[in-house]
Design a protein around this ligand. Structure first.
Ligand SMILES: Nc1ncnc2c1ncn2[C@@H]1O[C@H](COP(=O)(O)OP(=O)(O)OP(=O)(O)O)[C@@H](O)[C@H]1O
Ligand code: SF4
Ligand SMILES: [Mg+2]
Length: 355
């Protein structure tokens, strides 16, 4: 849990933005921008698993890709504190030039695993080459040593020597995701973005992959950012949760607090949509009206006001900041202090457990 961790920062995001330009007309002029990430402030602590949840299109993948520098953010800062630099950040990753990324070893230290291993693994490559490729770009090794290293990585993720000379299509979805994980840990990273790593898998296989990720995190002392739609997966694997809506973080807290005392109405709505094991009384379903507004034209004031059952005048005019509450968790809502009462009075609870 976050409080059991040393609370040593590994990453610090400040006002991070990624706007995708929209071009139009014959001359392909800039006519607008999709504000996929629109000002994220977030500290990530060494050794934690930070869950990131929110509806499709809210910017989860964009946040992960920005951190591992798959593209240059539009604005803001990403300070990365490598384990061996005694709390001094490297250059600001949001500003660092592409040519310096390799020099700083960022590709090896910060990794990403994608949802669909079928598309993220090259179908023409043998497994031994898929896993060896990132190692070869980092260091020279004899082919014998390289093969031994690849084999030990495969064994770590539950595969064997028999799998070395096969192609990705010869594996099940779960096994392919194991190969993707082996490739991600091949360079001894300290931080991995896991972008819906179990969503494309059969339910029976999902828990095996989650358990593998948990055990690797422990033995390799990894820090994870775990992106998912699935709140119960987050409850199982994460110690903290960031809830995103339309390019912003609206609530950030320890997992236990998010599930027991959410303070943003959007989080209440997400939680009310799933049965939560071990809870006696659960929130009645809060059905949000309307679609998520376009990130190319987000509403003024609070971005959630077009769907919020508790919006008041102020919400239409003034954007709420992500502020820290007495409980230590952070919420962006003008009515956060009264939200628990408002939700209970308006929607009530239903009894689902025995105690
Ligand atoms: N390369 C791109 N060019 C233009 N717009 C993009 C691009 N990538 C993402 N977007 C837009 O940015 C917004 C955020 O996308 P993102 O993929 O980060 O969402 P997400 O939360 O990961 O969604 P999902 O849960 O569906 O994976 C969406 O509106 C998406 O359409
Ligand atoms: S600020 Fe207003 S509109 Fe936004 S979540 Fe809070 S109550 Fe709802
Ligand atoms: Mg995504």
């Amino acid at each position: 849990m976050a409080n059991e961790l040393k609370m040593e920062k590994i990453l610090e995001l400040k006002n991070l933005k990624k706007h995708y330009l929209i071009q139009g007309g014959v001359l392909r002029r800039e006519i607008g921008a999709v504000r996929a990430l629109d000002g994220i402030d977030l500290d990530i602590y060494r050794g934690e698993c930070l869950g990131v949840v929110g509806e499709s299109g809210c910017g989860k993948t964009t946040a992960g890709k920005a951190i591992v520098r798959l593209f240059k953010p539009t604005d803001g800062h990403i300070f990365y504190y490598p384990a061996d630099t005694e709390s001094k950040p490297t250059a600001d990753l949001a500003r660092v030039r592409k040519s310096r990324i390799k020099k700083l070893g960022l590709r090896s230290r910060l990794q990403m695993v994608f949802q669909d291993p079928t598309t993220s693994l090259d179908p023409r490559m043998l497994v031994k080459n898929i896993v060896a490729e990132p190692i070869k770009t980092l260091q020279r090794m004899s082919s014998r040593d390289l093969e031994a290293r690849v084999l030990s990585l495969l064994e770590r993720v539950g595969l064997t020597r028999d799998h070395l000379l096969r192609y990705p299509h010869e594996f099940s979805g779960g096994q392919r995701q194991r190969i993707a994980v082996a490739r991600a840990i091949a360079t001894d990273p300290e931080f991995i973005v896991l972008d819906e790593p179990t969503s494309a898998l059969d339910v029976s296989v999902q828990s095996q992959i989650l358990n593998l990720l948990k055990s690797l995190q422990r033995t390799l002392q990894l820090t994870y950012m775990f992106v998912t739609h699935h709140l119960l997966v987050v409850k199982y694997i994460s110690n903290r949760v960031a809830v995103m809506y339309l390019g912003k973080i609206v609530e950030l807290a320890d997992t236990g607090v998010i599930f027991s005392r959410p303070s943003h109405p959007y989080t209440h709505a997400l939680l009310s949509a799933i049965p939560i094991p071990g809870v006696a009384h659960q929130q009645q379903r809060i059905v949000l009206s309307g679609d998520v507004p376009s990130p190319a034209d987000p509403p003024a004031g609070c971005r959630f006001h077009t769907r919020c059952p508790f919006a008041v005048d102020r919400c239409l005019k003034q954007e709420p900041l992500l502020e820290t509450m007495e409980t230590g968790h952070r919420v962006a809502c003008h009515r956060k202090h009264e939200m628990e009462k408002l939700v209970a009075e308006t929607f009530g609870t239903k009894r689902i457990g025995r105690s």
